[in-house]
Ligand binder design. Structure first.
Ligand SMILES: C[S@@+](CC[C@H](N)C(=O)[O-])C[C@H]1O[C@@H](n2cnc3c(N)ncnc32)[C@H](O)[C@@H]1O
Length: 218
């Protein structure tokens, strides 16, 4: 099923819009839950001065804005399928005087060249994608990462496709398939190595970290 993106690109991912009152209420709930993990995600991802970082499904840009001071003269980019989210992200970064490139685009067709990023992050985004699209998105992330580049995600530990399932997850009752196990397999299929899942202090959420192998010495 394709979702309307209110002037944005077509995707099978669930895109959040400001005119969808219910979606934005969910978004607020997710964002407040996500804030507990943001600093930990940055600590685990360890962005370093001079690095080039991409946040996929960046929403209103909070994570990208928090990463920017860590890379100094390096670059931070954020993409989201929702034009409304990107508009808010641009306003927030302008207010913060943060030099970040925010663009409306899709995880399944990233507008960046091969091997151009040191780190790709994703926060509460992958559960918005149906299985096939998740796999496609991970292949795109691999494409834009440099050899040895890192991927760092935070998401629901279990995947539920219903709003009720999400609500139960937020309050600690994991429902649905083990998202972390499925992601581990998909990351392996996409060519990642050193894949590890790291529990958060909230049992419904997990971090998942992976990296691309370095090319073999001749
Ligand atoms: C729950 S929000 C999380 C936003 C932000 N990362 C955070 O932690 O607050 C998920 C985001 O994924 C975006 N999204 C859904 N499908 C997408 C796709 N195919 N490509 C890029 N972004 C997508 C939605 O528009 C939404 O902003």
């Amino acid at each position: 099923m394709h979702h309307k993106t209110a002037g944005g690109p077509k995707t099978a991912g669930r895109v959040l819009h400001s005119h969808a009152g219910l979606s934005l209420r969910w978004y607020d709930l997710f964002s407040s839950v996500a804030s507990f993990g943001r600093e930990k995600l940055i600590e685990l991802a360890a962005p370093a001065p001079g690095e080039k970082v991409l946040d996929v499904g960046c929403g209103t840009g909070t994570l990208a804005i928090a990463i920017k001071p860590r890379v100094g003269a390096g670059e931070v980019h954020g993409i989201d399928a929702s034009p409304e989210m990107i508009e808010v992200a641009k306003k927030k970064s302008a207010k913060d005087r943060s030099d970040i490139d925010f663009q409306v685009s899709l995880i399944e067709a990233l507008p960046f060249s091969d091997a151009s990023f040191d780190l790709v992050t994703s926060s509460l985004m992958l559960h918005h994608l149906p299985d096939g699209l998740q796999a496609k998105g991970l292949v795109e992330i691999r494409r834009v990462l440099k050899p040895g580049g890192r991927f760092m995600a935070m998401d629901f530990a279990a995947q539920s496709h219903s709003p009720l399932g999400h609500l139960l997850s937020v309050f600690g009752h994991s429902r649905g398939e083990r998202m972390v196990d499925k992601l581990t397999l998909k990351l392996r299929d996409a060519g990642f190595s050193d894949i590890e899942s790291i529990p958060t202090r909230h049992k419904s959420f997990a971090f998942i970290r992976a990296r691309l192998p370095m090319p073999k010495e001749p």
